[in-house]
Design a protein around this ligand. Structure first.
Ligand SMILES: Cc1ncc(COP(=O)(O)O)c(C=O)c1O
Length: 334
């Protein structure tokens, strides 16, 4: 919209002030994030943010918690640090906490409270407060992966953990991969003050910087209201796709499918109670040009069968036919 003058020096490698400020305006308003611009780091991806945080706070042999089922990208990062990865079961309120104090307190807890990946459940306020209390008591850093919170189809989203945290134990991670495109290579990290110096050092020496002109263009897009308009457009479209997918699957009346009401996000996680493993069915679906992730492939210790279907890359018009192909393929299996 406007000519932009670049700062192409080595200064501000962790994020240009214009983007840090524009992002915070958005995050305060949309997610209740409470922070100063200096706590915001601009990184190429959420994955890079996980790698930086793991390097900052995990030593070999440390216990870390992830969600089960959960996002595979975090497990690989934590294992590469030599962490002991403990998979905490997910229920209808998100990651569960142990009843009793364990001898192996976690150093880091990874969670996706807005729409748990892959089940899509939202962590309600009581679980959020219990998680924060637990993390503060054992001295754990919580990674709040808010990867798709913009996609909320009913009512207001629950405020972020970061905004509820009074002890400085939450590192908030967000990404433009879901709202714009993964190829932009732009994500952000809001770091609690006591971790800031170390995290900035790691991000800088690892070379996790985002090109200055992309950051300034994004800052301009956000400050000028373009990002908000874009969000309204893409979230409306995604909500319609999710509704259409759930509706078409329900119409098939296959009793082996458990179809949730889509609350948000870009993926629908459908439970499967048939005899045939979800992996075998997903393989057959791929032969028919349908890419569906078997839920069992995202489970650690608590096996579950189901299908995770993304709506990010399929148009509204294509959904009924694709869903019909899915249901037809299921009918070949027990
Ligand atoms: C739960 C979750 N977190 C993070 C990411 C990745 O974000 P990024 O592309 O910024 O690494 C994804 C991508 O699918 C995701 O599903």
């Amino acid at each position: 919209r406007q000519p932009i003058s670049h700062d192409l020096s080595y200064a501000q490698q962790c994020g240009l002030p214009a983007l840090r400020e524009a992002l915070l305006v958005h995050l305060r308003q949309a997610r209740g994030v409470q922070a100063e611009p200096a706590q915001v780091l601009i990184v190429p991806s959420a994955q890079a943010a996980f790698a930086i945080l793991a390097q900052a706070c995990v030593e070999p042999g440390d216990t870390v918690w992830v969600e089960d089922p959960g996002y595979p990208g975090i497990g690989s990062v934590l294992r590469s640090r030599g962490a002991v990865v403990v998979a905490r079961p997910v229920d209808l309120a998100g990651i569960t906490l142990p009843q009793e104090q364990s001898s192996q307190a976690p150093k880091l807890i990874y969670t996706t409270p807005s729409h748990q990946f892959p089940t899509g459940v939202t962590m309600p306020l009581p679980r959020r407060l219990a998680l924060l209390e637990h993390a503060a008591r054992v001295g754990a850093l919580v990674i709040e992966d808010d990867y798709d919170s913009e996609y909320q189809y009913h009512g207001h989203p629950v405020p972020s953990l970061q905004g509820l945290d009074t002890q400085g134990c939450v590192a908030y991670v967000g990404t433009f991969s879901k709202t714009l495109a993964p190829g932009l290579r732009m994500a952000y990290l809001v770091v609690p003050p006591r971790w800031l110096a170390l995290v900035e050092t790691i991000a800088t020496v690892s070379g996790y910087a985002v090109p200055a002109h992309f950051q300034l263009a994004m800052a301009d897009f956000m400050a000028g209201g373009g990002f908000q308009r874009h969000l309204r457009r893409v979230t409306t479209e995604a909500g319609e796709r999710m509704q259409r997918l759930a509706q078409t699957l329900r119409q098939a009346q296959d009793p082996r499918l458990g179809i949730p009401k889509p609350q948000g996000g870009l993926q629908l996680c459908v439970d499967w109670s048939g005899q045939t493993p979800d992996t075998a069915i997903a393989k057959r679906l791929l032969e028919r040009n349908l890419y569906v992730v078997p839920l069992s492939s995202l489970c650690h210790v608590n096996p579950r069968q189901g299908f995770v279907m993304g709506v990010g890359l399929v148009s509204k018009e294509e959904i009924p036919e694709a869903a019909a192909r899915f249901v037809e393929t299921l009918s070949e299996f027990d």
